[in-house]
Ligand binder design. Structure first.
Ligand code: SF4
Ligand code: SF4
Length: 131
């Protein structure tokens, strides 16, 4: 269940609004989206996976956390390293290797090829040539 949207970490990109399959968030013109329909959350973790800044926390429970629970307190959630942890676990942050790349040799090869291709393209841009 979605519990935290950190206004401090959010960059107002509205990606969470777009990826949520059950329309839990409302966009706010010129501002930070809000969790408008928590009860509709399906605990799918998609918003946390896609949030580029680790501003979201989805608890594993399928019910809202009770009053006073650490899951409802941004400071405690942050202190436990739980803001954006699902995205981090997936390896989707910039510079990470997606964990799926380790799932099968085929995916690993694909990732290595893509990384090599990106490096080659970057080096070509700056006038270097890779073997
Ligand atoms: S995806 Fe993250 S950074 Fe973007 S609007 Fe939602 S909470 Fe904010
Ligand atoms: S966990 Fe899934 S259903 Fe819940 S708010 Fe995030 S994207 Fe929407």
């Amino acid at each position: 269940m979605i519990e935290i949207l950190s206004g401090d970490l959010c960059v107002d990109c509205d990606i969470c609004v777009k990826v949520c399959p059950t329309n839990v968030f409302d966009a706010v013109a010129g501002g930070t989206p809000v969790i408008a329909r928590q009860q509709d959350c399906q605990t799918c973790f998609m918003c946390e996976a896609y949030c580029p800044t680790g501003a979201l926390f989805v608890a594993t429970s399928t019910e809202p956390a009770p009053e006073g629970a650490w899951q409802r307190d941004e400071a405690q959630v942050g202190a436990r390293g739980m803001l954006g942890k699902y995205r981090d676990d997936l390896g989707w942050n910039r510079g990470q290797t997606p964990r799926a790349a380790f799932a099968t040799p085929l995916l690993a090869q694909k990732h290595i090829s893509a990384a090599a291709s990106a490096a080659r393209s970057k080096n070509n841009e700056i006038g270097q040539v890779l073997p």
